[in-house]
Write a protein that binds this ligand. Structure first.
Ligand SMILES: [Mg+2]
Length: 374
């Protein structure tokens, strides 16, 4: 096509940014101290640029930062000359999975939005929310540690908290949840994420032990592959059960829906390989009458912006805070996304594309390896 929307160049920078505070995930996954990402810039023939971000987590998806950059570079050579209009309008991103695919897909959406002077949400659907409430996570710790974080963040406007669980005895996590609820400020919501940490008996015990409490949802209580167990659990408890690790691809979404194995679906742009797949998954979830939690994985402002553009178009968002706090947990970012979150509420500035301002100076400051240019 001769409309200037063909991709002329792809660049990829590996970067690492320290977290503001290290983050204990679980006994198995350990403690995170940095966020790492491969930042992707597409340049079109007309000079328009689009940004994408790849968020590798080797323990979850097998991608080290190096492997992620290599994969982006390999895919990039097949992208040269392709039209971003064709890519977005025909959902070409659906053919790819994994976080390197997410970087490329999001960059195509950003570039097309920039070229057409429209925000990315307009390429995804109809905007139904001005903004979205933001949640704050706590580490896998004690009730005192949870409450310390809640007391610190509540005055800043955060009204939903996600308690990480699954690495202590189940009785302790039940007692912890009750203790947190007893001291909770008015109007605050609690959800828990077990990160696959429980077996069926433990999950049942937790749900029973907490079913009198207004827990918003229990995320991934069981192993990702145990859809039968998830289905049984959904039938045993009035609490909402959510899938995260079990939900990577649109096929996974169909299977989970087919097994009636979840009430809530955790959408992460990076995990699903981009916006095209995330849009497809959220459509299937909506059709099934289920709800979405917009989630994140220690990521930077480009992925967070892409997630917010999708979030504002979804009428079936859970009525609680969603994961748009990721950049606020970093010591720094390469974008201005943190400014989009005010008083625990995330909004999109009136700009084309993703609308995120990316700093090349910050990219150089945090670069940890050679850039790839294709
Ligand atoms: Mg999770």
């Amino acid at each position: 096509m001769a409309d200037g929307l063909n991709i002329a160049q792809v660049e990829c920078w590996p970067i690492k940014i320290p977290l503001a505070r290290s983050y204990h995930l679980s006994a198995v996954l350990g403690t995170l101290t940095h966020s790492q990402a491969a930042i992707v810039r597409l340049t079109l023939e007309d000079g328009t640029v689009g940004w994408g971000e790849c968020d590798p987590h080797a323990e979850f998806d097998g991608y080290t930062l190096e492997k992620a950059c290599q994969t982006v570079a390999e895919r990039a050579s097949a992208m040269i000359g392709l039209s971003v209009a064709d890519w977005v309008e025909n959902a070409r991103g659906r053919a790819f999975h994994g976080t390197p695919a997410a970087a490329i897909d999001v960059a195509c959406y950003d570039a097309l939005g920039q070229a057409r002077r429209v925000p990315v949400w307009q390429l995804l659907g109809k905007r139904v929310h001005d903004g979205v409430d933001v949640l704050w996570p706590t580490s896998s710790g004690t009730a005192e540690e949870d409450l310390e974080i809640i007391q610190e963040r509540h005055p800043q406007g955060f009204r939903t908290y996600m308690l990480k669980m699954g690495s202590r005895p189940i009785e302790d996590d039940i007692a912890r949840t009750h203790e947190v609820f007893r001291a909770l400020p008015d109007g605050v919501q609690i959800m828990v994420d077990a990160n696959q940490g429980w077996n069926r008996d433990q999950a049942k015990a937790y749900a029973k032990g907490c079913d009198g409490l207004p827990v918003v949802l229990i995320e991934q209580p069981l192993a990702a592959e145990d859809l039968e167990g998830m289905n049984t659990l959904c039938g045993e408890t009035p609490l909402a059960i959510s899938v995260d690790e079990a939900l990577l691809t649109p096929q996974d979404a169909d299977e989970i829906i087919g097994h009636d194995a979840a009430d809530v679906f955790s959408i992460k742009i990076s995990k699903h390989g981009g916006l095209a797949n995330s849009l497809l998954i959220s459509g299937a979830v909506q059709k099934a009458g289920k709800l979405v939690l917009m989630n994140s994985m220690i990521e930077l402002g480009i992925t967070q912006a892409a997630s917010l553009h999708l979030g504002v178009t979804l009428p079936h968002l859970m009525p609680c805070g969603h994961a748009y706090m990721s950049t606020l947990r970093m010591a720094d970012d390469i974008t201005d996304f943190s400014d989009w979150v005010q008083n625990g509420y995330a909004t999109i500035p009136d700009r084309p594309g993703l609308g995120v301002k990316v700093s090349l100076d910050k990219i150089s400051q945090y670069q940890v390896g050679e850039a790839h240019v294709v």
